[in-house]
Design a binder for this molecule. Structure first.
Ligand code: GLU
Length: 280
């Protein structure tokens, strides 16, 4: 039997904090319990926000935690061709369109999707003449998924949740990808975007089990749709709780959460930190 494959996929946009340690250790332990492999992927598609020193910091912090991974580290910044091929397939299937709107124009056109909590954007392919004129004029564009056409063509889809979403969602779940609107497949500046890169790379790395924070539970619907459209295998999902700090708020880079580097510097041992994390 093939060994199950788990992964940790941090973005090197800052130093890791306790929430990352919790996530990485949860995934590593799940891999060990299943006799599986544990892959590391550096999600560095955003060339402005990601920095090599943060990647080095991730590797250093994981080593300090005693966390080893199997096989080479995969860097998304080196995977442009694979993303372009996936995008070309969606485009060839008539499911992706060029969107020339500015951020502000997108925000102004947002509407609430059925079952959606947040206003989202639905657009459409421009008429051929207008599109050609805008391309000739050198206007920048993003690629977006025509989610309604894609979902209709795919038919009902689901995924298996073995952890829980933010509202306790668990078990076999049906997807509602329209709630995300016409997600960006490729950003204007970097030629790819989060959802497309994740599904292409989870398949490339042979990931069978996605273990990650429940803040990404909502992303699973559209990722499951993309897997189906691209003929990629369906992993099992386990979304875990998010750690909260003493103030009751979840750890986040933007809130200047104490980094593992700082925790190490004040003399806490990895075992002490791991005990504090109260892994599930
Ligand atoms: N790179 C994402 C993050 O750091 C995680 C992506 C995923 O686990 O699917 O939040």
């Amino acid at each position: 039997m093939e060994r199950p494959v788990f992964r940790f996929a941090p973005s090197p946009t800052g130093r890791l904090h306790r929430g990352h340690a919790f996530s990485a250790l949860t995934a590593r332990r799940a891999a060990d319990a299943a006799g599986g492999l544990f892959r590391l992927r550096i999600e560095d598609i955003d060339r402005v926000r990601c920095r090599p020193e943060f990647e080095a910091g991730i590797l250093e912090d994981l080593a300090w935690l005693g966390l080893a991974w199997d096989g080479p580290v995969l860097r998304q910044s080196e995977r442009g061709e694979a993303y372009a091929a996936a995008l070309a397939r969606l485009e060839g299937d008539g499911l992706a369109y060029r969107c020339f709107r500015t951020r502000r124009e997108v925000a102004e056109a947002m509407t609430r999707a059925p079952h959606g909590e947040e206003p989202v954007f639905f657009g459409q392919r421009l008429a051929a003449g207008e599109e050609a004129a805008r391309l000739d004029a050198g206007e920048a564009f993003a690629w977006r998924l025509d989610v309604r056409t894609a979902a209709a063509r795919a038919g009902p889809l689901g995924f298996l949740e073995t952890g829980a979403g933010p509202a306790g969602e668990t078990g076999r779940r049906s997807v509602a990808p329209e709630a995300a609107g016409d997600i960006v497949l490729a950003r204007k500046d970097i030629g790819v975007a989060y959802h497309l890169a994740v599904v292409v790379d989870d398949a490339f790395q042979g990931v069978t089990h996605v273990v990650r924070g429940c803040d990404l539970f909502g992303a699973t619907s559209v990722q499951r749709l993309l897997q189906h459209l691209l003929g990629l295998p369906e992993p099992v999902y386990r979304h875990h709780r998010l750690l909260v700090g003493p103030d009751g708020k979840r750890y986040a880079k933007r809130d200047q959460a104490e980094t593992l580097q700082a925790i190490r510097a004040r003399g806490l041992s990895p075992d002490q930190l791991i005990a504090e994390l109260e892994l599930d």
